[in-house]
Design a protein around this ligand. Sequence first.
Ligand code: AMP
Ligand code: MG
Length: 348
Amino acid sequence: MPVFLKSPLLLALFVGLLLGCQPAAKEYRTTLFSFGTLIDISFWGVEKDKADSVIKEVEKDLQYMHYAWHAWQPGPMGRMNMLLQTTAPFSANPSVLGPIIKARELAIASDHLFNPAISELIGLWGFHSDDLPKGPPPAAEKIKALLAQKPRMDDISIENVRMKSRNPHVKLDLGGVAKGYGIEQIMTLLKNHGISNAIVNTGGDLKAIGQHGKRPWRVGIRDPRKKQAVLATLDVKDGESVFTSGDYERFYEYEGRRYHHIIDPRTGYPAQGTRSVTLIHPDAGTADAAATALFVAGPKDWRRIARRMGIRAVMLVDDTGAIHITPEMQARVNFITPPGNLRVSKIN
Ligand code: AMP
Ligand code: MG
């Protein structure tokens, strides 16, 4: 024992110091329920007490965002949708302004294939309910009538907290971007608490910061036609978001046909030709909206929309099971079984 530790007081201090310096528990994992789904959160190298207290804040923030941005339950978004219909200017609740400004930018970048102004149409298809619709699909005339109203995000003007729509048929459903925008807010909260190694994953839509110890965070990309089966794995780099839009997430079958929740704003019907789109982008809100937009764009047009939205790493599974992939995504994924039909193409 070193001489200076022969004093009992100093010895106690030394032991205390040693205990205080103990390495933090390695992985901390928890699951929350918010945004109508399970959210898995993992931290690396964070003490349990600290992690527990940060998670309490995360949970509160998620619940508030879910309430504020909900597409069909009463709340700030419901009020805003009522006021947009009047076409008169009004003071918007600041809690909805951030995601709406972002959603408008992303809608324009996507050439309006990501169009959160089509809430009426999504409601007509029966997706504004926690329970899935059973069919039959809506009448063609009703779909046509809503399409003729041409609601778009650029109908909305925003100046500070003053907002107005020039089109009374604009009604917002942020379901295609809210999770991503929300995850981005949560990552900022984690960083502000000094957490630098974390992953927030809502059923395959996720963002990671830092690493899982000495290796990157590793995630699976779901096979759109096999429940629980993983098509490929992917190592997520610091600050990357990975988002997937799929026709298996919310759908019903009627007379042998699948009707899913991603509506093509040009036709008014569920977008055709795609089973799933997975992509990588630093910003979770952009990744979320872009996955929805590229799904709508389909196997022929996805490159054009990806280019417009600044997305480079993309994988699209089309309705024949063929996998369309960019070289940037191909370099990142490890397929569980080598795909039979892989089409590599550049975005330019
Ligand atoms: P995601 O799972 O991110 O692709 O989002 C799907 C959700 O976005 C749907 O449940 C609708 O609430 C909404 N949505 C459906 N079609 C569109 C669309 N074309 N543009 C924007 N949001 C949409
Ligand atoms: Mg989305």
